[in-house]
Design a protein. Structure first.
Lengths: 781, 157
């Protein structure tokens, strides 16, 4: 008997290669005859390009070619598309200035690629890149989001530098609710701009075979099939059947490796032009300059309440910084992944949200862990916290009074929550955090000269993006299903192919547990294959915490199909009829008999069909495509407790409690790891991380010396637990866990800091300087 | 720039490599010797993904010239254990789920061993302080701290 592994803390199958240094990341791959690429990037944020002189670079040692954006434009390639159409209030389409693969005539952010130098060594390419002379006619950069709409127009076709003015919800009803309310709480806040910083920089190797015209692209992608589709359909790099995209081991993504970028596209083009394999590996400096950034919102909000603190209406007006261009999914982030989440866990009857998407001369901004949902949660959980104080209610009480308790629940902002148990998560979190004992801890800290504070956050997120029909009606350019295939090998081991992509999430283990449990075989007998368009027909990839809920559901369906066919084979082998055959724990048995066949015996018969049913095809492999019926709605309650040194302003997190409801869990060890990582990124946003550009559009935080990444000694141990309400509409009952930590934690941290100091507001990141100044302003208490 | 010859011992094997004088140790390992387990995650000596042992001490191989390693004994992640005979620190990282994407992991393991060797892995605070020069974006460090503590106990046994 094989132990059912669902719900077990199975150690990860992928770990051995990583801990022994045998992972295979893109930069670890070297192809015979490969050349190396280095990009010439604009040193200025906004300019028109005059003459580009490549002659000196071309004659530098080892240089094979110098190719410019101007040549690329002449070759007639397409531009980098944004895959989600958002409409403005007046029904007009979002304005989408062309996003060139490399700039040809104008520059829109510092770091934008202008030319690519290809040489026999990386060092030669890099040295020669310094010899490319570009005439830049510099223009005043538009950098500040707060003033960008009234600044110089960056693109002739985009008045007020505004791509779209989107709205959702009932304006009139919301305004009426606010006008008639007992109390309104107002809040203006900024959601700070972040740089994703997966520790593996992006990289790409393009290998064009001039004889077959086949192009293989190895790239650091979360969704290789989407890369293939975009490079084919929009950029015309190669026909889809001649383009193979491989995303091997990928060293973290967090959203930043979803997108189709200039570099892999230009490298593919260059390989095709030159007929040789070309490798580009980004430096960390390039990651800072040219990976899509995250967040960057300015928001005004009004929350209206009755006498008892019941929410009556919420009006939100947000300006979202898109950077210089609309990146691959950028337009969806501050709209369908943000505005739709503004109900949170609360039955606010009237919500109206307006979002202006604004261009600036900064790197493009797109999805970063949480993508819109952290921004919604931060706003909501900050304004609710302030409202509690203004209404003289405890943070827990105001939330409980407004919790949604009846499901399914239709929010006023388009989503229908299928299930949740918000009070259960909150109650558990308060217990674990010993909320009731806080005042004595505060007193004890005060005696030591420290300020102690506690903060709460109750988040919801929408994951699994999402039913294709729904997202299509909302402007998505792609369907958002997932595919999976279960191939049973003749000896009964199983190869699982998934369109999801693992870049740290542990799919090789979780998916093996899932399929092994369904087929009653050992986890060791299941291998998971992903990340190669040549091995799986199509897939949508990994983002939005969707891999298990959507990708896993596809595998569940495929495994079900395997059992259906295997049962027919088993019935034949046992000379029984199909309905009399039961399958349990890897064994087919004829009811009320001692006849049985193992899964392995049936698999063998499928491939060595000497004794085989006439009406069945040989072989045992099944595919499934799963299109979710709804989003999933993970939710939870987080409590942060901080201690602040008033002399230095340094905030130390002394306890962090997270209670999450992810539905059913296959591997709790992996899920906890996902929560830990998300919390670290959320705490990083709250305390440490801030992307800064100066007034001329120069990135001031362009290295780990300047951009404050969370390090081991910045973070506490995390105290985490789960409550479970199973998702109602997928076969696994799973909701998704990848982003929750980053979504729920920032407001918990900030609420704890404002509580400690006794102030209403403080900006993220709450650096020691900001905290110290806030303490001084509050009277140095 | 002229070529130089560097003679060193890598994972117990004597090697002689010709390289440019400005070649870093990590480039020599990755490109010259195809030891790709040592990674490069930044360009400012901050992330620690390239950590190896040079004459028994942890160094960031992006900040050591190959020439400086001439005559030295270098140990990389590939040299401390393998699938059938994992180093206790490697085993601890797996046991404690101390890795996710795996990219920072070789550097974390090499630093973890250094902390034990230097007597800086006795409690969580020391481990956290000792890991300050290694950045992980996936794990939030919680399980890495567990792993180093577990590996430290196993190394002492």
């Amino acid at each position: 008997m094989v132990e059912k592994s669902i719900g077990q803390r199975v150690l990860r199958k992928e770990d051995v290669r990583f801990i022994t240094g045998k992972g295979q990341y893109t930069d670890d791959i070297n192809l015979r005859g490969q050349a190396f690429a280095y990009f010439v990037r604009s040193p200025v944020a906004r300019a028109t390009i005059g003459h580009i002189d490549v002659s000196d670079a071309e004659s530098a040692p080892g240089v094979i070619a110098v190719l410019t954006g101007q040549q690329l434009a002449k070759d007639g390639l397409g531009t980098l598309p944004c895959g989600w159409m958002v409409l403005s209030k007046d029904g007009s389409e979002m304005k989408q200035p062309p996003h060139p693969i490399m700039a040809a005539d104008s520059i829109h952010y510092a770091g934008e690629p202008v030319a690519i130098v290809v040489a026999s060594t990386y060092q030669a390419a890099r040295d020669a890149a310094e010899r490319v002379v570009v005439d830049y006619d510099e223009l005043d950069a538009v950098v500040d989001l707060a003033t960008a709409q009234d600044s110089d127009q960056i693109y002739p076709e985009v008045p007020r530098n505004t791509s779209y003015e989107w709205e959702l919800g009932d304006r009139e009803a919301t305004m009426a609710a606010i006008a008639g309310a007992h109390h309104v709480t107002r809040l203006t806040l900024r959601n700070n701009r972040l740089i994703p910083n997966a520790i593996e920089p992006r990289a790409a190797i393009a290998d064009f075979n001039p004889s077959t015209e086949e192009l293989t692209l190895y790239t650091t992608s979360q969704n290789p099939h989407v890369v293939r589709l975009v490079l084919t359909a929009f950029i015309q790099i190669a026909p889809e059947h001649k383009l193979r995209v491989v995303a091997p081991d990928v060293g973290g993504g967090f959203g930043s490796k979803i997108f189709i970028y200039s570099e892999e596209t230009a490298v593919a083009w260059a390989s095709k032009r030159l007929g040789i394999p070309i490798k580009w590996t980004g430096e960390r400096s390039e990651s800072f300059l040219a990976d899509a950034h995250g967040r960057d919102h300015l928001t005004d909000a009004v929350l209206a309440m009755d006498e008892e603190g019941h929410f009556l209406g919420l009006h939100v007006k947000t300006r979202a910084n898109m950077g210089a261009y609309l990146s691959t999914f950028a337009s969806s982030v501050p709209t369908y992944l943000y505005g739709t989440l503004l109900a949170g866990q609360y039955k606010t009857p009237n919500i109206y949200v307006e979002v202006d998407a604004v261009f600036t001369n900064t790197a493009p901004v797109d999805a970063y862990r949480g993508a819109g949902r952290p921004e919604a949660t931060y706003l909501l959980e900050r304004i609710v916290e302030i409202a509690a104080s203004e209404m003289s209610l405890s943070p827990a009480e105001i939330r409980r009074r407004n919790f949604i308790t009846d499901f399914p629940y239709q929010t006023p902002v388009a989503l229908e929550y299928d299930i949740g148990g918000y009070d259960a998560s909150l109650t558990k979190a308060l217990e674990m955090a010993d909320w009731d004992g806080f005042e004595s801890r505060r007193g004890e800290a005060r005696a030591r000269g420290k300020l102690r504070g506690i903060g709460l956050s109750c988040y919801i997120e929408a994951c699994g993006i999402a039913p294709s029909k729904v997202v299509g009606s909302l402007g998505a350019g792609v369907g958002l299903w997932e595919s999976g295939e279960v191939r049973v090998n003749p000896t009964g081991s199983v190869s699982v192919l998934t369109g999801s992509h693992s870049h740290g999430q542990g799919h090789e283990t979780t998916f093996a547990q899932l399929v092994a449990s369904r087929l009653g075989i050992s986890v060791d007998d299941v291998g998971v294959i992903h990340g190669d368009t040549a091995r799986l027909d199509f897939g949508m990839g990994t983002y939005g915490s969707r891999s298990l809920a959507v990708g896993g559901s596809a595998l569940s369906s495929a495994a079900d199909k395997i059992v259906v066919k295997a049962r027919k084979i088993a019935a034949h082998l046992m000379q029984s009829d199909e309905d009399s055959v039961e399958f349990d724990d890897g064994v087919f048995t004829v009811k009320e008999s001692n006849r049985s066949k193992t899964f392995q015996e049936v698999a063998f018969a499928a491939y060595v069909p000497h004794d085989y049913p006439d009406d069945l095809e040989p072989g045992l492999a099944e595919k499934a495509f799963y299109d979710p019926a709804n989003f999933t709605f993970p939710a939870g309650a987080y409590v942060c407790e901080v201690e602040i040194d008033p002399d230095t302003g340094v905030t130390r997190i002394v306890k962090f409690t997270a209670v999450d409801d992810f539905g059913e869990v296959i591997n709790p060890m992996i899920v906890e790891g996902q929560v830990h990582g998300g919390l670290a990124q959320g705490i990083g946003q709250a305390l440490l991380e801030q992307c800064v550009y100066d007034d001329s559009g120069q990135l001031m935080t362009g290295s780990y010396m300047d951009y404050c990444m969370p390090r081991a000694d910045d973070l506490p141990d995390f105290d985490i637990a789960m409550t479970v309400t199973p998702c109602t509409h997928n076969p696994l009952g799973a909701k998704g866990c990848g982003e929750a930590g980053a979504i729920g934690s920032p407001p918990a941290v900030i609420n704890a800091i404002t509580n400690a100091i006794g102030i209403r507001e403080i900006d993220m990141p709450a650096t020691p300087e900001r905290v110290w100044r806030a303490i001084q302003q509050a009277g140095g208490q | 720039m002229g070529k130089i010859t560097v003679n060193l011992t890598v994972n117990g094997r004597a090697v002689s490599q010709q390289c440019e004088a400005n070649t870093t140790l990590v480039d020599l390992l990755r490109q010259g010797l195809d030891l790709t387990g040592t990674h490069v995650g930044c360009d400012t000596s901050q992330c620690g993904a390239c950590t190896v042992h040079l004459d028994g001490r942890a160094v960031k191989a992006c900040t050591v010239l190959a020439a400086q390693a001439d005559g030295s004994n270098v140990v990389t992640i590939e040299g401390i254990g393998n699938r059938d005979n994992l180093h206790p620190m490697q085993a601890a990282f797996r046991q404690c789920h101390g890795l996710q994407c795996g990219f920072c992991t070789p550097g974390m393991i090499m630093t973890g061993i250094e902390l034990v060797n230097q007597g800086q892995a006795d409690d969580d605070d020391s481990i956290r302080a000792g890991l300050e020069g290694n950045i992980c974006r996936c794990t939030g460090y919680h399980n890495i701290v567990r792993a180093v503590a577990t590996g430290a106990r196993a190394m002492k046994e």
